[in-house]
Ligand binder design. Sequence first.
Ligand code: PHE
Length: 446
Amino acid sequence: MGRENFGNRFGVLVAMAGSAVGLGNLWRFPYLAGTNGGAAFILLYLVFVFILCIPVMYSEFLIGRRSGANAIGAFKTLAPGSKWGIVGLLGVLASISILAFYSVVGGWTIDYMVKAFQFRFTVTDNAVLEGMFAESISSVYEPLLYTAVFLALTAFVVLAGVKNGIEKYTKVMMPLLFLLVIIVAIRSVTLPGAAAGISFLFKPDFSAITTDTVLDALGQAFFSLSLGCGCVITYGSYVKKDEHIMKTSAMTAAADTLFALIAGLAVMPAVFAFGISPSEGPGLVFITLPHIFAQIPFGGVLAILFFFILFIAAITSSISLLEVVVAYLSEEFRIKRAWSVFAGVAGVACLSVLCSLSQGVLADVRIFGLNFFDFFDKLSANIFMPLGGFLIVIFVGYKLGRKAFESELTNDGKLRVATWLLNFTFFSIKYITPLAIGVIMLNGLL
Ligand code: PHE
């Protein structure tokens, strides 16, 4: 069977944006901004997205398209007989470790969708909402069940294949999500007492920055753009040869970043208006949003829509993660797609169980001082992904070289791209990006 391709240009953009926009924007970004002091973290995040991550995205995209192969196969194709395949392997491992906790949060989203259907978000008492969240995630069976549903649906879409599955579902839902987040943001910034939240988001206090904050911001930039874990390589491999890599990447990054900022505006002003602690942690969004919905006309209906679409956004990201694993298994071991999906999901599910239970009965089991959930989160976002990105730009800068880089980004000279832009981008890929990522990682980890 030949490999599938995305249907058209819009389809590629939608799939890339679908992968990028997800729980990273709406759940992870607000709570990390909250625990890291707000504006200064956000500023760092923005700088990292535009200076360091975009070159990584070009690099991954071009590796994928040039090789037309999965994350590991890509390196084997472009550098036969070398050890570069390890970078792809790192990506597959990163994808698995992200899916481990991502599917649990996806499960929480389903849980909240069900609660919204029961019209349970009529309370405006923080203690009640905090209790509701703590109870939902810490019990044994319910969160496991929801996580299983989330993984099963992810598997279902991935089974349907690239064009029918991934493209179709994403196209309709993303614009709708955007609209809903804007509605919530408007309510949030017009709440009495919202101003403190707005200045928390936009007035940087640089004394709050530590080496951990810097690494967290870098990790979040990678996480939100789905970089360093083989996703963009894998999706890039399904892209036709006439695609404009730079344009698609830049638009994906712009859409994703805009989404994160609006999510910040939807959550943070309300956090301050309601007197919730900004450093609440992973529960921040799940406590704040129901509180907002209780104060919006038709909030009950909006809540249903919101959590449904948040769940779709999470699925369009988790399918891109599972696709990394499935493309690898089915192409490198020549296993049928269905079996690869099954094997991938089964492997992930074992880790997801640990992540889910770490919110309750396994809370005291610690690795490097972190519970399973936080361990997989930090391992992927702060180590695997930036390390992957570091190695990927080194690969393009030093192994593939300038000629291949240029021929991919210009589609063999068919696209006109300004020479200064190509020069600058390649310079960044060779020197600035690896150096900066290296320094940030060493500082943050040592
Ligand atoms: N970028 C996705 C999000 O923001 C998460 C993700 C990370 C997806 C890595 C794919 C790869 O939710």
